[in-house]
Design a protein around this ligand. Structure first.
Ligand code: G4P
Length: 543
């Protein structure tokens, strides 16, 4: 613990309410949601280049390709060390402080990906316009919907042969159940992609192919009726006029309140790789996306502009430095002002701590943070005493709510080669379960422990951490479990009957909650029908 706590006493300087209100108002904290290969990494890099946070194209990209090499233990260590720099990227743009939280995809996809979305105030959905709505986007949007998070949409890769734009909007509306309000509309596509028409400003932004402009300067032609357009793009402009008429008739005009309520998404078309359309997205984020808002806690709702500091942990990253068993708890500041060296209360264990080596995440590196405001993310180094969902405050006993665990999609049973290590196995899995690295289910009738995860990479990480930190050589095998639901029931007698009748399908998770493990969806549906008084939950909140 000694490393966590600074000995010298430092009283926080008084910070006025006005200053806090100003700082909160200029913050935007968001994440990008997309299916792998839609262009999230490319767009992230362009956003950073645009804001001047990085100078060199390729920096983010290089990290990404480095991440997918192999998955042996050392590699995972190394990858995690690298990927932390990109977990949270803070940059300034037009007098705003933007916090971009990474939502890992590909084989990195895990519960973290979901939970990161509990820490953002808005999300940017990137869709590959040639492919439309894909599986991972649907899942991520469902998570955003739990908190009615406002969503901006970027239809990417317009420089390719893509699908009909109207059809794309239809698909978003019907599959994702969110209204679309096009803000820009494409002029052609693929080889004849000429740019976009800004529906609100009545301007054409011209696309210059093959150019990677860091400053994002584009030629603008005012007015869709401007004769210059008919001269330069006679074919495309006729098509555009027809489409715009259709769009005005058939789609919804942008409505800020509907967007803020998570009911409508403004849609932009562009090409991330050509840095086209990126500025419009960034401006929309600043102008329309919300600054940090009030958050629910157990005892009351907390306003971001309250002077007292509070926040919650939404992600734990372990083993960032192979020489020290350190972990970093990522904390979303929800209210007040954080200053390095200040005292804060770790409410779950009821202890006051003074964290000195707090880090923030500038776009390029980990740096020591001096201060932070609501909306910012700070990293608290610790040795395992912080868990997902933990709340920190200046003393008030409150617990932020809405930080969920998700019913896993993948299951494995775990066994060990050396039976003498069973204690270490249980201890390791208990801790990894509490930390949120994986979900651990102990069957009610005994037998091998069952691990549940939302992404397969979680199993690799658990195996390497069991070996490295607990000296346990664990074997993972496929499990007969296909899906899980946490179960509760208001009627104690019915619940006792349920538990007796189905004990072979029941298990206890790391936090002591009862879960029903089903071999398939049909079994789950039948059980739900047979036990109508029992509630089957797809998520559970941090205990
Ligand atoms: P991800 O993080 O969402 O997985 O996607 P990423 O940015 O890595 O982009 C996936 C692929 O799509 C990359 O090609 C990238 O260059 C390409 N891409 C991104 N934006 C655009 C765009 O606006 N237009 C076109 N035509 N392509 C785009 P790759 O071949 O996988 O990688 P690379 O060889 O280009 O690095």
């Amino acid at each position: 613990m000694s490393g966590d706590i600074e000995q010298t006493i430092k009283e926080p300087a008084a910070v006025s309410r006005d200053l806090i209100a100003r700082e909160v108002a200029r913050r935007r904290t968001f994440g990008i949601i997309s299916h792998p290969d839609a262009g999230k990494t490319t767009l992230t890099e362009k956003l950073l280049l645009f804001s001047g946070a990085i100078q060199l194209a390729g920096a983010v990209k290089a990290r990404k390709s480095g991440r997918h090499a192999t998955s042996d233990f050392l590699e995972i260590e190394k990858q995690r060390g690298i990927s932390v720099a990109s977990s949270v990227m803070q940059f300034e743009y037009r007098d705003h402080v933007v916090n971009l939280l990474d939502t890992p995809g590909h084989q990195d996809f895990s519960e973290d990906t979901y939970r990161v979305l509990t820490a953002v105030d808005s999300a940017l959905m990137v869709i590959d316009a040639a492919k439309g709505v894909e599986a991972q986007t649907i899942k991520l949007l469902d998570v955003c919907r739990m908190r009615d998070t406002p969503i901006l949409t970027f239809m990417n890769k317009m420089d390719r042969e893509v699908r009909d734009p109207l059809e794309l909007l239809d698909e978003v509306e019907s599959v994702l159940k969110i209204q679309c309000a096009p803000v820009t509309w494409p002029l052609g596509m693929g080889k004849t992609f000429r740019g976009v028409y800004h529906l609100l400003r009545d301007e054409i932004l011209l696309f210059t192919p093959g150019e990677e402009r860091a400053d994002g300067e584009v030629e603008v032609i005012k007015g869709i009726a401007n004769p210059i357009l008919a001269e330069r793009f006679p074919l495309e402009i006729e098509q555009l006029k027809m489409e715009v008429e259709l769009v005005h008739g058939a789609s919804h005009p942008f409505d800020l309140q509907a967007f803020l309520a998570g009911k409508q998404t403004p849609v932009f078309f562009g090409s991330a790789i050509n840095n086209f359309g990126v500025r419009e997205i960034l401006n929309a984020l600043l102008e329309w996306a919300p600054a940090p808002r009030e958050r629910d806690a157990t005892v009351r709702a907390v306003s971001p502009t309250e002077p007292k500091f509070s926040g919650f942990v939404f992600k734990i990253q372990a083993n960032m430095d192979a020489n020290h068993r350190d972990r970093i708890a990522f904390l979303r500041v929800c209210s007040g002002h954080f200053e390095r060296g200040m005292k804060m209360k770790h409410l779950r264990i009821g202890k006051e701590i003074r964290v000195s080596s707090v880090v923030t995440f500038m776009a390029s590196s980990r740096e020591l943070v001096e201060e932070a405001f609501a909306g910012d993310i700070i990293g608290l180094p610790n040795h395992g005493n912080m868990q997902i969902g933990d709340t920190f405050s200046e003393g008030e006993a409150l617990q932020y709510t809405g930080i969920p665990y998700f019913a896993p999609d993948h299951f494995q049973t775990v066994r060990i080669r050396n039976p003498l290590k069973v204690k270490q196995l249980h201890k390791g899995l208990q801790q990894l379960g509490e930390e949120g690295a994986v979900q651990v289910f102990k069957p009610a009738d005994g037998g091998d422990l069952i691990l549940g995860a939302v992404g397969m990479l979680q199993f690799d990480v658990v195996a390497s951490r069991l070996a490295g930190e607990y000296g346990v050589d664990a074997m993972f095998e496929g499990s007969a479990v296909n899906t899980a639901r946490w179960v509760t029931c208001d009627d104690a007698k019915i619940f006792a009957d349920f538990q007796r009748a189905l004990s072979h399908n029941l298990a206890i998770d790391a936090a002591g909650n009862l879960a029903y493990l089903a071999p398939n969806k049909v079994n789950l549906n039948l059980t739900q029908e047979r036990w109508p008084k029992v509630v089957f939950h797809t998520t559970r909140e941090h205990a």
